[in-house]
Design a protein around this ligand. Structure first.
Ligand SMILES: Nc1nc2c(ncn2[C@@H]2O[C@H](COP(=O)(O)OP(=O)(O)OP(=O)(O)O)[C@@H](O)[C@H]2O)c(=O)[nH]1
Length: 307
């Protein structure tokens, strides 16, 4: 065997071991070489396609095209576009095969009389990206949701108030925040146990969620304290909502075990975002001051921050 032949056989041996797909095409558009991965991608044995032109291999009328093995329309179009040679800015495409592999195909000129079609096997990269995407969504859900009640977390509350502040600054769209804290909740935990307390928290948050508009937000601030954000609502409207919520909680019975029910009330502090105010914490602080006042003046009441 001549040195050149030996080298050629070694090179094709190496290329056949590769997971990337490689083909060499002459400037007459004849497939001169294709490794095993490329043959698999095309869906035919390399012996069957080497020596044929791309337009012949990818003739959509030919019944030995690969449509039954991969969704070949896009691939056929791409290869047929190459029949006139590889242009400098020929677009890359990403395709997936029925065996679950992903390739990014591109072509580049090798010499004046040939070009290479290279298919990077990006299956592992894709799998990592998809796993990362999944984890990112999960993390996003975890950071934005209170695990016990499923309502928004403090983080989502901040985002919501932040976007309401931006609307206020641009269009002067009013919005209000209500803070509510269940009264004497410690007594429920102490008398019936922490699990019973959890049941009450879940029930209260679902009552409040059902009562609010889709555009409102309910968040759990921690413990037995919740925040409600009411877009497009001034102080008077927010007082009405808080009063409705107060009565609803006061009138509800919370079943904590079979045949065992408890009654509970809640106190409310209300504040409307105002001119000259800035920052998420400021309106929460004002509503919280009103909530403390509701607690210290006897509980089960709504105290608004005057304009
Ligand atoms: N079950 C349950 N209890 C919680 C949770 N987080 C905080 N708590 C309890 O909530 C109670 C809060 O007690 P306090 O801060 O004294 O408030 P309170 O008893 O509601 O009294 P006032 O707010 O003044 O009416 C404590 O017993 C906490 O242990 C929770 O996730 N689940």
């Amino acid at each position: 065997m001549s040195n050149a032949n030996r080298l050629q056989s070694l090179l094709s041996g190496v290329l056949n071991k590769s997971d990337d797909a490689v083909a060499i095409v002459s400037n007459k558009s004849v497939l001169e070489f294709c490794n095993k991965a490329m043959a698999k991608l095309i869906g035919q044995p390399s012996s069957h396609i080497t020596g044929r032109t791309l337009s012949n291999i990818f003739d959509p009328q030919t019944d030995d095209t690969f449509d039954d093995r991969i969704d070949g329309d896009e691939l056929t179009e791409w290869f047929l576009g190459l029949s006139n040679g590889c242009e400098l800015d020929y677009p890359e495409i990403e395709i997936d095969t029925l065996s679950g592999e992903f390739f990014r195909l591109r072509c580049f000129s090798l010499q004046d009389d040939a070009f290479v079609i290279y298919g990077d096997n990006i299956t592992t990269t894709k799998a990592i990206h998809s796993e990362l995407d999944h984890l990112r969504k999960e993390l996003d859900f975890i950071t934005k949701t209170d695990p016990l009640t499923g309502v928004a977390s403090r983080r989502q509350l901040s985002d919501k108030i932040d976007s309401q502040i931006r609307l206020y600054e641009r269009y002067r769209t009013p919005f209000s925040v209500i803070l509510t804290d269940l009264d004497n909740f410690r007594a429920i935990n102490e008398r019936f146990g922490h699990e019973a307390g959890d049941i009450v928290l879940v029930h209260v948050s679902s009552l409040l969620s059902d009562m609010l508009r889709d555009t409102d937000l309910i968040a759990r601030l921690g413990g037995e304290e919740f925040a409600l954000v009411l877009p497009n609502t001034g102080l008077e409207g927010a007082i009405l909502v808080a009063e409705r919520a107060r009565i609803m909680i006061e009138q509800a019975s919370f079943q904590i075990a079979v045949g065992e029910e408890v009654d509970i009330t809640s106190s409310f502090g209300v504040a409307e975002f105002g001119a000259g105010e800035s920052g998420v914490e400021s309106i929460i602080r004002r509503a919280d001051t009103m909530l403390l006042e509701a607690k210290s003046s006897g509980r089960n009441r709504v105290v608004p921050n005057p304009h």
